[in-house]
Design a protein around this ligand. Structure first.
Ligand code: 4NP
Length: 141
């Protein structure tokens, strides 16, 4: 799960996905990272931690990572939150196999809006992320 800062959107996707996957007894490795490196090692944004907690998910112990070229070979699917993330991630790929792992997290060209500068976006972003994670598990199973 990839976004820009790895403190708002992709930590929600990581935490929700891991929780749901574990509930189903699936042995999938889930992680998140940011295309930017400003927040490496930091906990998720308090607003993401809070909205996740409201809906029963604890993302507070996750820590921000930076997406690098090494990340491609560690995962089968790289799901990005918006089209800028898509461009940035694809620009790091060194071969076609790596490029083919990358897609938008949402279907139909959709983007998960960046809530960083808008407190009111955290809850709608959470709901979109949770719904898509449920759908993704069905698709990937
Ligand atoms: P995210 O949100 O990409 O969903 O984690 C952002 C977090 C931090 C910044 C931008 C977006 N930032 O500019 O520091």
């Amino acid at each position: 799960m990839v976004c820009l800062g790895n403190i708002c959107r992709s930590p929600l996707a990581e935490g929700v996905m891991r929780h749901l996957v574990n509930m189903q007894g699936l042995d999938w490795k889930i992680a998140s990272a940011g295309t930017g490196n400003w927040h490496i090692g930091q906990a998720p944004d308090q607003r993401s931690v809070a909205v996740a907690k409201t809906y029963g998910y604890d993302i507070s112990t996750q820590r921000a990572r930076h997406f690098t070229v090494n990340s491609f070979d560690q995962f089968d699917h790289i799901l990005v939150m918006d089209k800028n993330n898509l461009k940035d991630v694809l620009s790091l790929a060194v071969n076609e196999k790596q490029k083919q792992k990358v897609s938008l997290f949402l279907t139909e060209d959709g983007e998960v809006a960046d809530p960083y500068y808008d407190n009111g976006l955290f809850e709608p972003v959470f709901k979109i992320v949770e719904a898509r994670c449920k759908q993704l598990i069905k698709e990937l199973k």
